[in-house]
Design a protein around this ligand. Structure first.
Ligand SMILES: [Zn+2]
Length: 408
């Protein structure tokens, strides 16, 4: 088996599933186990400065071997797997030179990986697919990213003739529950530019993501015995549905794609006297984002005019912002990524992320940080798979980026 695949298999065997209920950082104690394994492996390569902190962040760097003034760059990947599907007892297998026919993952469960179900699989015909046994996710998100960075580091250490500036490596815990950059001591990664290896299939690259806000609407009703409530009761549940009906249905997740933003009601709870609605507001563009936030406030005022002042109370908080705001300030970070792909014979597929990404918070910490494919798809499910050839290309892209910065 190829060393990069041996690596992936070794890492996915450690169950590092994050859970929303976790009260610790990292969410899973096994993130320490994987983190320590990576520290040990980095040291074996001769990178003696590798270490892990008390929250399972792993840091290390390869010193520059050139006299030239090369900006330090960093590569990030995350240690945990998604809460959606178990990460225990992962049992990966390789389907070599796949002919495009149905892959039965699990006969008992009737779990089949097929082109009819996942049409984009067609691009992987003729390649070596790594799949699950249908009982767990694969964990290639993001252990493929981890393996690619590790294998690139090993290459650099074994090839002293390969010219490079300072290369930082950082593995983070708890990405899947939105916490991986929450506690990151970014001063331990003194790089000018960064890349997360946490994208999708071959060629995918992201320079932008949604601007995201969360609106919390409190509904203050009036509860009175229903037999005597004519003209007096204000049923908070009914008022809440009225509020939701004022949101433009056409602009909801089910009706939008590409660069279109949306309003997404994520939660509603309540009784006759009190209710609460949570709305996710998403938009790629600054003016559209501001407009959407304003619109939710306008609906609040409009309905208060009808039902009475103070019936609806809306609070809107920014959640994360579009990394393009920072990434666009440094064209070289985009140019070198695109060039690095072409050098590896990979046609870049630039996709705006209809969600968030670690690179967003890292970018706003002062290190522009796009996201690059790691070669997997169907993340967070038993249908997750990755392609050996895509992983190898991702590793090549890492080395090419390092090479390009050293040459420029
Ligand atoms: Zn991921």
């Amino acid at each position: 088996m190829k060393p990069i695949i041996e690596r992936l298999f070794r890492y996915v065997k450690i169950d590092t599933q994050s859970t929303w209920e976790a009260e610790t950082v990292p969410a899973s104690a096994n993130e320490f186990v994987l983190g320590q394994l990576l520290v040990d492996e980095l040291k074996e390569m001769g990178i003696d400065n590798a270490w892990m902190d008390d929250k399972a962040y792993v840091f290390s760097h390869i010193p520059a071997n050139t006299e030239k003034d090369v900006p330090p760059i960093a590569f990030f990947a995350h240690l945990d797997t998604a809460p959606d599907e178990t990460g225990a007892n992962v049992n990966p297998r390789i389907v070599e030179n796949w002919d495009g026919s149905d892959i039965v993952l699990n006969e008992q469960k009737g779990a089949v990986l097929s082109i009819s179900k996942f049409p984009y699989l067609e691009a992987s015909i003729g390649k070596d697919l790594i799949v699950t046994d249908g009982n767990s996710l694969l964990g290639a998100d993001d252990k493929a990213g981890v393996a690619e960075i590790m294998e690139a580091a090993k290459y650099i250490m074994e090839h002293p003739e390969f010219q490079h500036g300072e290369v930082h490596i950082c593995f983070t815990p708890d990405e899947e529950i939105g916490n991986s950059t929450e506690y990151i001591p970014i001063e331990n990664v003194p790089a000018k530019y960064g890349y997360t290896m946490d994208g999708g299939e071959l060629g995918e690259i992201n320079f932008e993501n949604f601007n995201a806000a969360t609106a919390t609407v409190k509904v203050n009703g009036v509860a009175i015995h229903p037999g005597e409530s004519k003209g007096k009761m204000k049923n908070a549940i009914m008022l809440a549905t009225d509020f939701i009906n004022h949101l433009p249905w056409r602009e909801s997740p089910v009706n939008t794609e590409g660069y279109e933003g949306f309003y997404h009601v994520t939660n509603i709870s309540g009784s006759v006297d009190q209710a609460e609605i949570t709305i996710a507001i998403r938009d790629f563009f600054e003016d559209g984002y501001e407009y959407r936030k304003k619109r939710v406030q306008e609906i609040t005022e409009h309905l208060n005019g009808y039902y009475g002042e103070g019936t609806f109370e809306t609070e809107i908080e920014d959640y994360y912002l579009n990394m393009a705001i920072e990434v666009d300030k440094c064209p070289v970070v985009k140019e070198n990524a695109l060039k690095a792909m072409k050098m590896a014979g990979v046609e870049p597929i630039v996709i705006p992320i209809r969600g968030g990404t670690d690179g967003s918070s890292i970018s706003f910490m002062g290190m522009p940080c796009p996201n690059i494919f790691m070669g997997s798809a169907n993340s967070h499910s038993i249908y997750e798979y990755c392609t050996v050839q895509s992983m190898e290309k991702a590793m090549e892209v890492i080395l090419n980026i390092i090479r390009l910065f050293a040459e420029s």
